[in-house]
Design a protein around this ligand. Sequence first.
Ligand SMILES: *Cc1c(COP(=O)(O)O)cnc(C)c1O
Length: 405
Amino acid sequence: MPQVLSHRQLADIATAFGTPVYVYHAERITEQYNLLKEAFREVNATFFYACKALTNINILKHIKSIGCNADCSSVNEVLLAVVAGFPPENILYTSSNISFAEIEAAEELGVHINIDSLSNLEKFGRKYGHSYPVGIRLRPNIMAGGNLKISTGHNKSKFGIPLEDIDKVLALMQETNLHIRTLHIHTGSEIKDVEVFAKGIEVLFSLVNHFPDLKVVDLGGGFKVPYAPGEEGTDIKALGAKVAEEFSSFEKQFGRKLEVWFEPGKFLVSEAGYLITSVNVLKQSGDIRFAGVDSGLNHLIRPMFYGAYHHIENISNDTGQMLPYTVVGNICETDTFADNRMISEIREDDYLVLYNAGAYGMEMASNYNSRFRPAEVLVKNNKPVLIRRRETLQDILNTQVVAAD
Ligand SMILES: *Cc1c(COP(=O)(O)O)cnc(C)c1O
């Protein structure tokens, strides 16, 4: 059984630190990382945590301490990874439609770079030639992922260099002497089907012969984790076995050894995170039982943005009667966390916990309605520690400039 924080532990944290509060469990992250290492032990695999899922510096430090690398989606994330202590060779910057200036900044920091457009690739080749090994992000025209908003590899996606343009990549490589070390794809998030990854490998292997400097095949992230009770995630063991099989037959056929890189985000941190809220108001409307909580889409946007399911439990009443509730937030906007969900009888001031809140929770939070974002607490060795204080009105005013009349 995976490690979980108990209702009692969570309720104590809510009482000690106030609500709403995000709670993360360090050992749970470690456990997920160990699953990956174990599943891929037969391949030369390296894991870069896609830190856009959750960038609190303490989480980054924990990730580093367990031997995992960092994948970044902006130059600021690269800088955060540097602050967290990752050496440049353990940082990867997979870019998407960014300015060339950001790529230059990443080059100066000495991190790995995956370039996702012909125009930036051309600028890179002209400026650095063969001197700086680089990766290219390809769009493999594979439809995959939990829903269209999180599918990134299909033929209408903005991500990557379309496979149809491979000849243009090769021409640029000739012309500017580009040093292409990595071929990268990331086809989406919440990919359950191992075959999708196999398809990606097949696409990339078919291109290898064009790239004499190639050392790395980077398959991105997107491993699915269970959100609803009984739901299944990606079968990591089966994936590991499949990848091992593909790579060993490739080696036999081509006599070349390649590394494989992955960029898991959600897989490492989703289940390690909890959002605890307090119930402000109970409201009966016709046959709908609303539970209005002290949070909303400003703190966890996934239900409203992606239609995502987040499991909810009443940690203040373990033994109550199970009743259907519609759990909503306190934002002036429809912000439903759960619709007609069976939850142990809720009273005002009870604590509700939303599970799977580690990935794309706090990270996508905003100050909408001028509300403060939640505090964050990290539990490590059973000890809860504050890792982000609650905001104050001053934080909201800080960046505003009051113009002269
Ligand atoms: C978001 C992202 C990931 C991580 O996706 P998950 O679904 O969280 O695993 C990996 N690589 C790239 C390039 C990404 O943009």
